[in-house]
Design a protein around this ligand. Structure first.
Ligand code: URA
Length: 217
Protein backbone atom coordinates (compact mmCIF):
# COMPACT_ATOMS: atom_id res chain seq x y z
CA UNK A 1 0.00 0.00 0.00
CA UNK A 2 1.31 3.43 -0.87
CA UNK A 3 -0.38 6.76 -0.27
CA UNK A 4 -1.22 8.75 -3.44
CA UNK A 5 1.65 10.91 -4.73
CA UNK A 6 -0.39 14.09 -4.39
CA UNK A 7 -1.04 13.38 -0.70
CA UNK A 8 2.69 12.83 -0.16
CA UNK A 9 3.43 16.12 -1.98
CA UNK A 10 0.84 17.91 0.14
CA UNK A 11 2.51 16.46 3.27
CA UNK A 12 5.93 17.69 2.14
CA UNK A 13 4.55 21.20 1.58
CA UNK A 14 2.72 21.26 4.91
CA UNK A 15 5.87 20.32 6.83
CA UNK A 16 8.30 22.48 4.83
CA UNK A 17 8.23 25.43 7.35
CA UNK A 18 9.62 23.23 10.15
CA UNK A 19 13.18 22.00 10.86
CA UNK A 20 12.79 18.53 9.34
CA UNK A 21 14.46 16.74 6.44
CA UNK A 22 13.70 13.89 4.04
CA UNK A 23 10.51 11.97 3.50
CA UNK A 24 9.87 8.27 4.17
CA UNK A 25 6.76 6.52 2.91
CA UNK A 26 4.87 4.02 5.04
CA UNK A 27 5.64 0.49 3.91
CA UNK A 28 3.85 -2.85 3.84
CA UNK A 29 0.87 -4.72 2.40
CA UNK A 30 -2.67 -3.36 2.25
CA UNK A 31 -3.84 -6.51 4.03
CA UNK A 32 -1.40 -6.48 6.91
CA UNK A 33 -1.36 -8.54 10.11
CA UNK A 34 -0.78 -5.35 12.08
CA UNK A 35 -0.18 -1.68 11.39
CA UNK A 36 2.68 -0.18 13.38
CA UNK A 37 2.66 3.55 14.13
CA UNK A 38 6.00 4.99 15.24
CA UNK A 39 7.22 8.51 15.85
CA UNK A 40 9.30 9.84 12.96
CA UNK A 41 12.18 8.57 10.83
CA UNK A 42 15.82 9.10 11.80
CA UNK A 43 18.99 9.61 9.81
CA UNK A 44 19.23 6.05 8.44
CA UNK A 45 15.60 6.00 7.31
CA UNK A 46 15.76 9.30 5.40
CA UNK A 47 18.91 8.06 3.67
CA UNK A 48 17.47 4.74 2.46
CA UNK A 49 13.72 5.49 2.52
CA UNK A 50 12.90 2.39 4.61
CA UNK A 51 10.98 2.95 7.86
CA UNK A 52 12.57 1.46 10.97
CA UNK A 53 15.77 0.41 9.18
CA UNK A 54 18.21 1.91 11.70
CA UNK A 55 19.11 0.94 15.26
CA UNK A 56 15.54 1.16 16.57
CA UNK A 57 14.43 -0.89 13.57
CA UNK A 58 16.83 -3.71 14.47
CA UNK A 59 15.24 -3.89 17.91
CA UNK A 60 11.76 -3.73 16.40
CA UNK A 61 12.49 -6.74 14.19
CA UNK A 62 13.45 -8.77 17.29
CA UNK A 63 10.20 -7.74 18.96
CA UNK A 64 8.16 -8.71 15.90
CA UNK A 65 9.77 -12.14 16.00
CA UNK A 66 8.39 -12.65 19.52
CA UNK A 67 4.95 -11.64 18.21
CA UNK A 68 5.43 -14.19 15.38
CA UNK A 69 5.10 -11.64 12.58
CA UNK A 70 7.60 -10.65 9.90
CA UNK A 71 8.41 -7.23 8.41
CA UNK A 72 6.75 -8.36 5.16
CA UNK A 73 3.46 -9.05 6.97
CA UNK A 74 3.14 -5.68 8.74
CA UNK A 75 2.48 -2.14 7.58
CA UNK A 76 5.01 0.24 9.14
CA UNK A 77 4.42 3.96 9.39
CA UNK A 78 4.79 6.86 11.82
CA UNK A 79 3.09 10.03 13.04
CA UNK A 80 5.57 12.13 11.03
CA UNK A 81 7.29 11.06 7.82
CA UNK A 82 10.24 13.46 7.85
CA UNK A 83 13.17 13.53 10.29
CA UNK A 84 12.79 16.26 12.93
CA UNK A 85 16.27 17.53 13.80
CA UNK A 86 18.04 20.03 15.98
CA UNK A 87 21.58 21.34 15.64
CA UNK A 88 24.15 20.38 18.23
CA UNK A 89 27.89 19.99 18.59
CA UNK A 90 30.13 17.02 19.09
CA UNK A 91 33.87 16.79 19.65
CA UNK A 92 35.89 16.03 16.55
CA UNK A 93 38.99 13.71 16.66
CA UNK A 94 41.29 16.72 17.22
CA UNK A 95 39.09 18.21 19.94
CA UNK A 96 37.46 20.81 17.68
CA UNK A 97 33.68 21.16 17.83
CA UNK A 98 31.76 19.79 14.87
CA UNK A 99 28.21 20.96 14.22
CA UNK A 100 25.78 18.15 13.48
CA UNK A 101 22.09 17.34 13.39
CA UNK A 102 20.46 15.34 16.16
CA UNK A 103 17.07 13.62 16.17
CA UNK A 104 14.35 15.16 18.30
CA UNK A 105 10.70 14.33 18.97
CA UNK A 106 8.26 15.88 16.47
CA UNK A 107 6.22 18.88 17.65
CA UNK A 108 2.41 18.95 17.60
CA UNK A 109 2.55 21.26 14.52
CA UNK A 110 4.72 18.76 12.66
CA UNK A 111 2.42 15.90 13.68
CA UNK A 112 -0.56 17.91 12.44
CA UNK A 113 1.23 18.70 9.16
CA UNK A 114 1.45 14.97 8.40
CA UNK A 115 -1.85 13.96 10.00
CA UNK A 116 -3.69 13.58 6.65
CA UNK A 117 -1.10 11.00 5.57
CA UNK A 118 -1.61 8.80 8.62
CA UNK A 119 -5.39 9.30 8.40
CA UNK A 120 -5.29 7.95 4.85
CA UNK A 121 -3.27 4.92 5.90
CA UNK A 122 -5.55 4.17 8.84
CA UNK A 123 -8.49 4.27 6.44
CA UNK A 124 -6.91 2.14 3.71
CA UNK A 125 -4.68 -0.42 5.41
CA UNK A 126 -6.79 -3.38 6.41
CA UNK A 127 -5.02 -4.54 9.54
CA UNK A 128 -7.00 -5.90 12.47
CA UNK A 129 -4.74 -4.19 15.04
CA UNK A 130 -2.90 -0.86 15.16
CA UNK A 131 0.21 -1.11 17.34
CA UNK A 132 1.22 2.28 18.73
CA UNK A 133 4.99 2.31 19.26
CA UNK A 134 5.66 4.90 21.94
CA UNK A 135 3.90 7.96 23.27
CA UNK A 136 4.08 10.09 20.11
CA UNK A 137 2.20 7.49 18.05
CA UNK A 138 -0.22 6.67 20.87
CA UNK A 139 -1.13 10.31 21.64
CA UNK A 140 -1.60 11.04 17.94
CA UNK A 141 -4.03 8.13 17.72
CA UNK A 142 -6.03 8.45 20.93
CA UNK A 143 -5.22 11.78 22.56
CA UNK A 144 -2.58 13.56 24.61
CA UNK A 145 -3.79 12.41 28.02
CA UNK A 146 -2.81 8.79 27.28
CA UNK A 147 0.50 7.23 28.28
CA UNK A 148 2.20 4.07 27.03
CA UNK A 149 3.48 3.38 30.56
CA UNK A 150 -0.16 3.01 31.69
CA UNK A 151 -1.70 1.32 28.65
CA UNK A 152 1.03 -0.90 27.20
CA UNK A 153 0.20 -4.52 26.48
CA UNK A 154 -3.56 -3.97 26.55
CA UNK A 155 -5.96 -4.10 23.63
CA UNK A 156 -8.10 -0.96 23.40
CA UNK A 157 -11.22 -0.85 21.29
CA UNK A 158 -12.10 2.71 20.37
CA UNK A 159 -12.23 5.42 17.69
CA UNK A 160 -9.00 7.21 16.67
CA UNK A 161 -8.29 10.89 16.08
CA UNK A 162 -8.56 12.16 12.55
CA UNK A 163 -7.72 15.67 11.31
CA UNK A 164 -10.60 17.76 10.00
CA UNK A 165 -9.34 21.20 8.90
CA UNK A 166 -7.18 22.28 11.83
CA UNK A 167 -8.97 20.22 14.50
CA UNK A 168 -8.83 16.57 15.39
CA UNK A 169 -12.10 14.69 15.65
CA UNK A 170 -12.95 11.10 16.53
CA UNK A 171 -13.58 8.60 13.76
CA UNK A 172 -17.00 6.96 13.74
CA UNK A 173 -15.34 3.63 13.26
CA UNK A 174 -13.69 1.84 16.17
CA UNK A 175 -10.25 0.23 15.98
CA UNK A 176 -8.26 -2.23 18.03
CA UNK A 177 -5.26 -0.31 19.36
CA UNK A 178 -2.37 -2.07 21.09
CA UNK A 179 0.07 0.33 22.80
CA UNK A 180 3.65 -0.62 23.54
CA UNK A 181 6.95 1.19 24.07
CA UNK A 182 8.97 2.64 21.21
CA UNK A 183 11.85 0.24 20.44
CA UNK A 184 14.39 3.06 20.96
CA UNK A 185 13.20 3.41 24.58
CA UNK A 186 15.38 0.44 25.59
CA UNK A 187 18.51 2.43 24.69
CA UNK A 188 17.70 4.75 27.59
CA UNK A 189 15.99 2.29 29.92
CA UNK A 190 17.06 -1.33 29.60
CA UNK A 191 14.41 -2.44 32.09
CA UNK A 192 11.70 -1.76 29.50
CA UNK A 193 12.94 -4.71 27.47
CA UNK A 194 11.19 -7.16 29.75
CA UNK A 195 7.91 -5.23 29.48
CA UNK A 196 8.15 -5.07 25.69
CA UNK A 197 8.83 -8.81 25.49
CA UNK A 198 5.77 -9.49 27.61
CA UNK A 199 3.70 -7.09 25.42
CA UNK A 200 4.87 -8.95 22.30
CA UNK A 201 3.82 -12.28 23.78
CA UNK A 202 0.39 -10.77 24.49
CA UNK A 203 0.23 -9.46 20.94
CA UNK A 204 1.16 -12.88 19.55
CA UNK A 205 -1.63 -14.53 21.52
CA UNK A 206 -4.09 -11.84 20.58
CA UNK A 207 -3.33 -12.09 16.85
CA UNK A 208 -3.94 -15.80 17.07
CA UNK A 209 -7.40 -15.14 18.48
CA UNK A 210 -8.51 -12.23 16.29
CA UNK A 211 -10.29 -12.79 12.98
CA UNK A 212 -7.81 -11.62 10.31
CA UNK A 213 -8.69 -8.59 8.18
CA UNK A 214 -11.52 -7.67 10.46
CA UNK A 215 -11.79 -4.59 12.58
CA UNK A 216 -14.23 -3.96 15.46
CA UNK A 217 -16.67 -2.00 13.29
N1 URA B 1 11.49 5.68 14.77
C1 URA B 1 10.32 5.77 14.14
O1 URA B 1 9.32 6.05 14.75
N2 URA B 1 10.30 5.49 12.83
C2 URA B 1 11.39 5.12 12.14
O2 URA B 1 11.30 4.86 10.95
C3 URA B 1 12.60 5.04 12.84
C4 URA B 1 12.63 5.32 14.15
Amino acid sequence: MRIPDELAEQGKKRIAPYPVEGFVHGSGPEYAKVMLVGEAPGETEIRNGIPFSGRAGNELMKFLEIASVTREEVYITSAVRSRPYKWGEKNGPDGTKIKRKYNRAPTSCEIMAHAPLLDYEIEHVKAPVIVALGNIGLKRLIGKENKVSELHGKLLEQPVLRLNGDQYEWTEKEYWIFPTFHPASIFYNRRLLELIHSDMKNLCELLGNLPMNEQPR
